[in-house]
Ligand binder design. Sequence first.
Ligand code: FE
Ligand code: FE
Length: 261
Amino acid sequence: MTAPDRKRTAHRSFGDAPEHVVEFYKENHREQTVAVANAKAERFRALGERKMSAWDVLLELDEFIDESDPDTELGQLDHALQTAEAARVAQAPEWLVLTALVHDLGKVLCLFGEPQWAVVGDIFPLGCAFSEEVVFHEFFSENPDTREPRYAGATGMYEPGCGLDAVTMSWGHDDYLARVLEGRLPAEALYVIRYHSFYAAHTHGAYRELFDERDRELMPWVRRFQAFDLYSKTPDAPERDALLPVYRELLERWLPDQLDW
Ligand code: FE
Ligand code: FE
């Protein structure tokens, strides 16, 4: 699969974000530290919470509202259908339509009792300086990691060019879902899922010091996907009666099994 050459960038409405979105990022940027992210990763990468099919998780997230998102107030099932439809209409390859359908299923962590600050919103590297390209970066002044000398500088505790997979990212639904689906989707799809919330990098060009060859090769897929995720957010709910059978069939072909979550 060759990466698409696409330069479209996202504009999200953070300028006049509602108070709950601001509060979300205040808490998220204060709480996400290397120690916290490592502890969450250790617990949830074990995939010992539940056994469920991807379809069941999609339906369970129907009423879940993402508090970090200034651009939609629809539930996650509608968001999944809108994103998948945007990919299908753009004639994206089938694996990318499927990726669009499932990309946010990791938000099931909230149904396991996790707070939203540890599940949704933009993700960013920990263990190095926080980039000004991260949304609401001013709230990082409350983060205890900013007082740790080892984490100072653009690459902090990492070797330059180490590759994003070697970086401890803030914990959320992205890496988690990539772990759930490991070995079941193509590498490009898992990469899109893992980094789709990394706006500072995929949209604003930050953190290039940490990229390796693979990141440079695969990040264009994340940018292509991101347009489906963002620009499909219309206030009108999608036509469920027509779409649910189509996407159920797609899911049953790619991910028929009970998965470990
Ligand atoms: Fe997401
Ligand atoms: Fe999304």
